[in-house]
Design a protein around this ligand. Structure first.
Ligand code: ACO
Length: 325
């Protein structure tokens, strides 16, 4: 049986660093508050020429390079994002244009911070149907464009960036062993972002105040820990793998306290939970592929390792995916 394997990973971060000290000058906050409550020290902020599709394309080029493939080899491009450059076309179509991946069809998935895990799950379904497909899976965001820089509750949390991987089918023990996705739209008001106001007055939302991310942080925190635990347990049960066998968990990078609570609930050693949110903050759909690429390039993942990805985000959406690397 052919499984979906990762041929290459890549990531790209804008150069501009926004530190906690910088934020102290912008809103009523302190480095101490941000560090102890979130674990975040710095985040990257996109500038001119660094739209989501551009960040995504640069991350994709690095993943293709590691995979030893050319853009023309790609059959499909899936981008997880809640901050596409425009409403239409999709960010994935702009990535296709930027790379010159003429053969690929392209689509976006909006699953907020779970976007990359959602994209991987969809890619896996295509690989199961057509194992020779070469699929580019990207998570990319420019959340700085959708953050209210006067709201200290949210503006300290988010950053910009992109991560990518190239996948295909291969016979053997390696590859995606199991994945599972969940959604609960009934709770959407706890974490949401308006889109551009409707031009149809009948449909215009009265409290649409211009596209900012709004979040009931404490509630999101609780749901995030419980939901990721539930998704991970589901995936491990599917393949009867005990949690101790996991080599590395690469979770969505939202908050150090969420990740510590998750590790404790699962009974997994702290050093097995990959954390880089101190450098980049919460980059939503981009956070897992950026961390995956970093861990891969730093040699933290070896062939045969069990690597678990898990995410939680607006929607609510959540899910997990288990690879034998
Ligand atoms: N600086 C200083 N004080 C602050 C700041 C700040 N930046 N932000 C909030 N505060 C204050 C609040 O006003 C509040 O003050 P009060 O007690 O006088 O009212 C106090 O700090 C405590 O606020 P809480 O919101 O209760 O703080 P909490 O410990 O819950 O931390 C946080 C807030 C970091 C947002 C946390 O709840 C969290 O990480 N939640 C989950 C976020 C998440 O996982 N998001 C994932 C999905 S994101 C996506 O899908 C796009």
């Amino acid at each position: 049986m052919k499984r979906m394997i990762v041929l290459g990973t890549g990531s790209f971060l804008p150069e501009r660093v926004l530190s906690n000290a910088d934020l102290e000058k912008m809103v009523d906050t302190t480095d101490e508050w941000i560090t102890t409550r979130t674990g975040i020290k710095n985040r990257r902020i996109a500038g001119k020429g660094e739209e989501t599709s551009k960040l995504a394309s640069k991350a994709a080029a690095r993943a293709l390079d590691m995979a030893g493939l050319a853009p023309g080899d790609l059959d499909m491009i899936i981008v997880g994002t809640i901050t596409p450059d425009m409403g239409m076309p999709s960010c994935a179509c702009l990535v296709q244009k930027e790379l010159g991946a003429a053969k690929a069809f392209a689509l976006d998935i909006n699953a907020a911070c779970s976007g990359f895990v959602y994209c991987l799950d969809v890619a896996d379904k295509y690989i199961k149907a057509e194992p020779d497909m070469k699929i580019l899976v990207v998570g990319a965001e420019t959340l700085s464009a959708r953050v209210n820089w006067e709201d200290r509750n949210t503006c300290v949390l988010f950053g910009d960036g992109a991560g990518a991987c190239v996948v295909t089918g291969k016979t053997g023990k390696r590859g995606l062993l199991a994945s599972k996705l969940f959604s609960d739209g009934s709770l959407y008001k706890l974490l949401y972002m308006d889109s551009a106001p409707s031009m149809n007055k009948e449909l215009a939302c009265q409290d649409n105040d211009g596209s900012y991310i709004k979040m009931a942080g404490r509630d999101v925190f609780k749901y995030a820990v419980r939901s990721m635990d539930m998704a991970i347990t589901n995936v491990l049960e599917q393949v009867q793998v005990p949690v101790e066998d996991i080599s590395l968990i690469i979770p969505h990078q939202a908050n150090i306290r969420i990740l510590k609570s998750l590790g404790e609930r699962l009974g997994i050693a702290g050093e097995k939970v990959y954390i880089n949110l101190d450098k980049y903050g919460n980059t939503s759909a981009a956070s897992i592929p950026i961390a995956l690429d970093e861990a891969n390039r730093l040699g933290h993942i070896k062939s045969g390792d069990l690597v678990l990805l898990c995410a939680f985000g607006g929607g609510f959406t959540w899910g997990a995916a288990l690879f034998r690397w």
